[in-house]
Design a protein around this ligand. Structure first.
Ligand code: BDR
Ligand code: CA
Length: 311
């Protein structure tokens, strides 16, 4: 199978960091064309620096990191230090990034990379609020027809995690999410229904720590911190490792199952940020995304652990 050529749009965030490491550890399946940062879990000044810290940790300072949008399209930025800590990467002490930001705004970098490539060869992998992706779609009218696919973490068929209705990435910028879901680009959606089946239980975490490498110890520290909030809230052993699902699916599409559905984004009111997924097609509207709802979690963690051991 040809390698996936991807742009990872992220807001690191511990689980974003693990997604980046998984991608950078998998050069046989994935070529990372660029990493673009957006405001989300923490403000942009932290997410862009954290993205650079992680590519350096992976020994991949050659990967371009672009700074993107500092706030959502319409709403005020809401961050999630209560989950990720003040730095976004609490749980590990990483030095300030040595590698500079790549020149150019993330939105322009996304457009330039996609438009310069053969049509339908570049996949966008957003794992934060969808602001940069929506801005790129609005700025370049040809972009939607040139992107191969958008594989994203966001939304939920069922309950949200910020409000009863909404998952964080969609809640933070629902207007951007609407632009993306109405773009006509093929979308694969990893929402909370599937990511909450990917729990970093204590044995899974210790298997990563036992690798003993610098990267594995950093990953274990990040996950250990990240585990606390969700373990307490949901009374489960370990947190959902949301964002790496996107990358794991590209490496091994047999890990996950889902089906095409119509998805509509709520942009107003108490359900703002809800992804209304017409799972049992009741409304006879065309599918807009393949919505994932099942995973072989043991195989997911076997893959993640083996790949982290390569860095
Ligand atoms: C999503 O929100 C962030 O907290 C995580 O990084 C993930 O992308 C989960 O709702
Ligand atoms: Ca994220």
């Amino acid at each position: 199978m040809a390698r996936h050529r991807i742009i990872i749009d992220c807001d690191p965030g511990q689980d974003d960091a693990i997604a980046l490491l998984l991608a950078l550890a998998s050069p046989e399946e994935i070529e990372v064309l660029a990493v673009t940062a957006v405001a989300g879990n923490v403000p942009l000044a932290l997410t862009e620096a954290n993205a650079r810290r992680i590519v350096e940790l992976a020994g991949r300072s050659d990967v371009r990191v672009h700074k993107g949008c500092h706030r959502p399209l319409v709403n005020r930025l809401e961050t999630a230090e209560y989950v990720h800590g003040e730095t976004g990467l609490n749980g590990v002490e990483l030095p300030p990034p040595g590698v500079p930001l790549a020149p150019g705004h993330a939105v322009d970098a996304i457009i330039e990379l996609v438009m310069a490539a053969e049509p339908k060869t570049v996949t966008l992998c957003p794992v934060g609020p969808l602001t940069n992706i929506a801005m790129a779609l609005v700025k370049e009218p040809e972009l939607a027809s040139r992107v191969r696919e958008i594989v994203l973490m966001g939304g939920a068929i069922g309950l949200g995690n910020v409000t009863p209705a909404a998952e964080f990435n969609i809640y933070v910028d629902p207007h951007a999410a609407r632009v993306v879901f109405e773009s006509g680009v093929p979308i694969t959606m990893f929402g909370l229904d599937v990511t909450h089946q990917v729990l970093v239980t204590r044995p899974r975490l210790e298997a990563i720590r036992a690798l003993g490498t610098k990267v594995a110890l950093a990953a274990a520290g990040l996950i250990d911190f990240f585990n606390r909030f969700d373990s307490d809230r949901y009374e489960v052993d370990g947190a959902p490792l949301h964002d790496p699902c996107v990358i794991a699916h590209l490496i091994d599409p047999t890990l996950f199952k889902g089906k095409p559905c119509h998805v509509e984004i709520e942009t107003e009111g108490r359900s703002m940020g809800r992804t209304n997924v017409d799972w049992h097609p009741r409304e006879a509207r065309p599918a807009t995304a393949t919505v994932m709802n099942a995973v072989d979690a043991d195989r997911f963690f076997a893959l993640l652990t083996e790949r982290l051991g390569r860095l």
